[in-house]
Design a binder for this molecule. Structure first.
Ligand code: PMV
Length: 319
């Protein structure tokens, strides 16, 4: 098949926050996550170059080159080229509003967008099954033993209740819930943190197993809290899960300091790590009347500070 006459395809997908259940979800607990109002997009078009290219903000790398650049995008695109037995060259250009290594699902967003754009480029209609299947190697390349929650959230948009063996379902909301998101300015490696948590599980299997069950129960209560707009309950569940995240060793002094700053900037129902921890980002459930003020106070010190709600769009393919 030749695609030299193919039209460029643009696909975009959002980053995510994990509201409850990160890390425990790798060990089969439930988790609640939501898409955020920051996205990544990829544009794919036939390349006139001698080799396929990936580019981002003026940096270019050949698709076949193992130079540790654009690892997620390359893993997905190489799989697509192999699956479609493609002989032609493509140019894949990335754009992103998501800081990498921030726990906000940057690699999942580019993996989902790349998977959808490559499928459509090769004439296959993108759907949940084929996008998530093709996006998985991108997640795995960056996260190792990933649960799949990041790509599922990025694909679906909105808020979801997720389990790695049972899949996911959307959480319907009647009234919006607004979250404050703050990137601690410290990048970290999700794969290393997942390994660290697995060794905690191996050392304390019984306590860890109890926590997995408790987190699942918190998620069931969290769904009810979101649906009933019970912010004090949702905030308490977030605080309890932060204690569990601290116990498994993914919090640290810079995260604790950031949590303190958020709590002293204005009234908050709950504050916790979102994602793998070890740095990365923190989410808070601010009091409804104080959210703007808390966000503007934090943004003076933390560049990536923003408010988002549970209504954000998932994968989008431009016509
Ligand atoms: O994408 P991150 O770094 O926010 O972490 C994803 C959440 C984990 O539970 C730590 C890993 C996973 O795949 O579920």
């Amino acid at each position: 098949m030749t695609r030299s006459d193919a039209r460029p395809i643009r696909a975009s997908a959002p980053g995510k926050i994990i509201i409850l259940g990160e890390h425990f979800v790798v060990h089969d607990s439930l988790a609640i996550s939501a898409a955020i109002n920051k996205r990544a997009s990829v544009l794919v078009w036939p390349s006139a170059d001698e080799k396929s290219i990936v580019s981002y903000k003026g940096t270019r790398s050949y698709l076949t080159k193992d130079d540790h650049k654009f690892v997620a995008v390359k893993s997905v695109a190489r799989k697509a080229m192999k699956d479609f037995e493609a002989n032609e060259r493509v140019h894949i250009e990335i754009e992103s509003e998501l800081p990498p290594g921030s726990g906000l699902g940057s690699s999942a967003a580019v993996s989902v967008a790349t998977a959808a754009a490559m499928l459509e480029f090769f004439g296959v209609k993108a759907n949940q099954e084929n996008v998530l299947k093709l996006a998985s190697p991108g997640e795995a390349a960056v996260h190792g033993n990933a649960s799949g929650i990041d790509i599922a959230t990025s694909y679906s948009g909105g808020a979801i209740l997720f389990n790695r063996t049972k899949g996911f379902e959307p959480i319907q909301t009647t009234k919006q819930v607004q979250f404050l998101v703050v990137f601690s300015n410290t990048e970290r490696n999700t794969s290393e943190l997942i390994q660290k948590v697995s060794s905690v599980r191996d050392s304390y299997p019984s306590t860890f197993g109890t926590l997995v069950q408790s987190i699942s129960r918190f998620c069931e209560l969290g769904v009810e809290a979101i649906q009933k707009h019970d912010l004090p309950l949702l905030g308490s569940l977030m605080n309890l899960s932060q204690t569990a995240l601290d116990w498994i060793g993914v919090s640290n002094s810079s995260i604790e300091k950031l949590i303190e700053k958020i709590n002293s900037a204005g009234p908050c129902y709950g504050v916790k790590i979102t994602g793998a921890g070890g740095g990365g980002s923190v989410i808070a459930l601010p009091g409804e009347s104080s959210s703007q003020k808390t966000a503007s106070t934090l943004s003076q010190e933390y560049r990536h500070t923003f408010l988002t709600d549970l209504s954000q769009e998932g994968l989008k393919i431009d016509d």
